[in-house]
Design a protein around this ligand. Structure first.
Ligand code: FAD
Ligand code: UDP
Length: 368
């Protein structure tokens, strides 16, 4: 055994774990099948702009320790996510707040907005699917213009066939506050996310373009323990059947103009526009470069060989995940973590939190 830990995946889960292990003088080999570190939070400079290669990534959390942890590796700017929605050319503020209600119904009194929503609301204590959840939260107008089209493009499923929790992520406010998140801490690392991962991986050996499954026997004897952040079904050879994902196609272009849409994120919420959103990367860092880079996001069902971006946490997939989880519990020398191995729709802060917790538990045990 050459290394203390083999870490499969150089995304934030793997990188935080490697850093914590390295601080305890453990040796780590980090492998990734991609040609770069960072997983889905990878950023790359194009025209002097930090481009979020795998979709917009805004760091936000209520967890003070996680916030202080990431701030050790980067300076975060004051970016506050305030996406715009474009519904057939009509422009609305997100998340749903007084600016949205004023544009929809011409009301500027919060009580009036509440009354309109109250008359449209589905009265239902225990919403069973995303449509019921949305209708009971914000009523018919908002559901039809700002939720239904976007959600059905994003997930490729009818809103009645999607779990309610997906939409609970979106705030509804009767104030004029366009902040997409309720969290206390928010920002974008100045210089992008990749330098954070580089710093976290200092002291570890990193091998890129290296797929664990291409040399599984070799990797299984190279370290005392393995930290696995890839797909759980693949690890177990799909023996209970594949877990479903949504994948994205990112269509990026450089435009010879300083400002394309005036905002980092514009969602296209009608069902006819084939993409879900356009990201204009420079606005994450208040860029003043002469050119701009924009990316259109197209969502589709995952097929073998695609990148698995979003787990589809409906009942059938969750049940299948639990079968795999049964196998995980009997493993001695493998730690499973991250969005793919846990098959959960985690944000970055949860990944940092979970990886820190896993590393601390493990390293305490390793010291016994
Ligand atoms: P990943 O970042 O996916 O890293 C896993 C790594 O493992 C990958 O690099 C992969 O190549 C590698 N790997 C997998 N299998 C193998 C194998 N067999 N061999 C070798 N390597 C392997 N979070 C936020 O907090 N804010 C946001 O605004 C936000 N926006 C998002 C937008 C999009 C479009 C997406 C897809 C996600 C977004 N997220 C956001 C979530 C964020 O990307 C994840 O929480 C985070 O990347 C998960 O980290 P991870 O280390 O678990 O996985
Ligand atoms: N959503 C929506 N309209 C929007 C933005 C989001 O209906 O304009 C719904 C959609 O179902 C989406 C979910 O809210 O999947 C979560 O949105 P978020 O922006 O948090 O998703 P992510 O950035 O993770 O893709």
């Amino acid at each position: 055994m050459k290394y203390d830990y083999l870490i499969v995946g150089a995304g934030p889960f793997g990188a935080v774990f490697a850093h914590e292990a390295m601080k305890c003088n453990k040796t780590c080999l980090v492998i990734d099948k991609r040609n770069h570190i960072g997983g889905n939070i990878y950023t790359e400079q194009v025209e002097d702009i930090n481009v979020h290669k795998y979709g917009a990534h805004i760091f936000h959390t209520n967890d003070k320790e996680v916030w202080e942890y990431v701030n050790r590796f980067a300076t975060f700017n004051r970016y506050t996510n305030s996406p715009i929605a474009n519904f057939n050319g009509e422009i609305y503020n997100l998340p749903f707040n007084m600016n949205t209600f004023y544009r929809l119904w011409g009301v500027s009194d919060p009580k009036e907005a509440e009354q309109i929503i109250e008359t449209q609301r589905l009265k239902c204590d225990d919403p069973q699917n995303l449509e019921e959840q949305a209708l009971s939260l914000v009523g018919r107008d908002i559901y039809e213009k700002l939720i239904k089209g976007y959600t059905e493009k994003q997930w490729g499923r009818d809103c009645k066939d999607l779990p309610a929790f997906i939409i609970k992520r979106l705030p509804v406010r009767f104030t004029w506050d366009n902040n997409y998140f309720n969290d206390q801490y928010q920002g974008i690392p100045v210089g992008g996310y990749t330098p954070i991962i580089e710093k976290l991986l200092e002291g570890s050996e990193v091998r890129l373009n290296t797929d664990y499954f291409a040399q599984r026997e070799y990797f299984d004897q190279i370290a005392t323990k393995t930290v696995y952040t890839g797909m759980l079904d693949e690890f177990y050879n799909y023996q209970f059947g594949p877990l479903e994902y949504r994948t994205l196609r990112f269509d990026s272009e450089i435009l010879d103009q300083p400002n394309f849409q005036g905002n980092a994120v514009v969602n296209y919420t009608d069902k006819e526009t084939p993409f879900t959103r356009i990201i204009e990367h420079k606005h994450f860092e208040f860029g003043t470069q002469p050119k701009t880079v924009v990316t259109r996001e197209y969502s589709k069902e995952y097929e073998n060989g695609d990148e698995p971006y979003y787990p589809v946490n409906d009942q059938r997939n969750n049940a299948r995940y639990l079968s795999y989880k049964g196998l995980v519990e009997s493993e001695q020398n493998i730690i499973f973590g991250g969005r793919l191995a846990e098959y959960k729709y985690y944000d970055m802060w949860q990944i940092v939190r979970n990886s820190l917790d896993a590393a601390r538990k493990e390293l305490k045990e390793a010291q016994k």
